[in-house]
Design a protein around this ligand. Sequence first.
Ligand SMILES: C[C@H]1O[C@H](OP(=O)(O)OP(=O)(O)OC[C@H]2O[C@@H](n3cnc4c(=O)[nH]c(N)nc43)[C@H](O)[C@@H]2O)[C@@H](O)[C@@H](O)C1=O
Length: 343
Amino acid sequence: MKSALITGITGQDGSYLTEWLLEQGYTVHGLVRRSSTTQRTRLDHLFHDTSIYNQRLFLHYADLDDTTTIRRILTRTAPDEVYHLAGQSHVGASFEIPETTCQFTAMGTLKLLEILRDLDKRPRFAHISSSEIFGRPLESPQNEMTPMRPVTPYGVAKAFATQMVTLYRESFGLFACNAICYNHESPRRGESFVTRKITRAAAAISMGLQNELVLGSLDTVRDWGYAPDYVQGMWLMLQQETADDFILATGTQHTVENFLAAAFDAVDLDWRPYVRQDKAFMRPSEVQRLIGDPSKAFRQLNWKANVTLPELAKEMVQHDREQLLAKNASSLSETSPRNSTAS
Ligand SMILES: C[C@H]1O[C@H](OP(=O)(O)OP(=O)(O)OC[C@H]2O[C@@H](n3cnc4c(=O)[nH]c(N)nc43)[C@H](O)[C@@H]2O)[C@@H](O)[C@@H](O)C1=O
């Protein structure tokens, strides 16, 4: 039975990848940062007593800069595959905290590579890179040969990490791949990323719980796919005979405004009366337009993105409506006179 270790297991991609690997029969180890809460919302269902997977899933405390602990965990668990997803991943925030971004996203990756280099049994390694490395690209769509021209602290950190992975593959013989992922979303997406911010607002507005949505730039272009598709691409890379880099993208382009329209369409509303733009959500340096060419992944991995933007937006809005309905129902039952001792 194969085993894998995932950094960033509690995030959107980490949780989908965990489900996918468990379904394939893997034992899965995840690194988590210690915090005062033990709640892991995206993984809780897998640890439940009734889950058929709870005997094959293990969490270990380790920060990305704690190399001693990571080395110990890797030695003890001896995974066949390592998926490196962790790091500060918010592009806007990387302008506020560039040092932290580089410490975890760039140096955290190098530290991990250094540990792997020394191991007797070296696992296969997938670094989850980002289209942000292309920044203001010289060509469109971008492919694996497109030069990196990052324009955000996050993009610079990811470019460093991506290049290091290539270097460790070529110079030290590690089986190390870069999954160069374009934006990929889902109902599990963090609430500060634009898609989830929009779908939560569309759901709340349609239920009369919110009046306004404040956003930054509406004309930037992104290539948005569906996260569960992308984790399968990450896995496929490590099942090949040789290590290589692959673009994971849909190859289609949409503006933020297009996503807004799709999300509000899902609740039969026009977005225009509700949306206001504010400079607070605009970035000092914006990546204007990114579209990936996924043809190499299709050719060599037989991988392709399956979900269209309207389907994605609809699933996210429906999920957010259900979540709000459940929240409202539980707060109503908490205040219901029938539950009150005074009634
Ligand atoms: C591939 C890449 O994908 C993601 O990075 P991102 O593309 O920056 O994603 P986002 O959802 O933060 O922004 C998308 C666009 O939407 C614009 N935008 C407008 N108004 C708001 C707004 O209010 N909030 C946010 N967050 N963005 C806004 C914003 O300026 C940008 O043009 C990360 O997963 C990253 O880790 C990664 O690797």
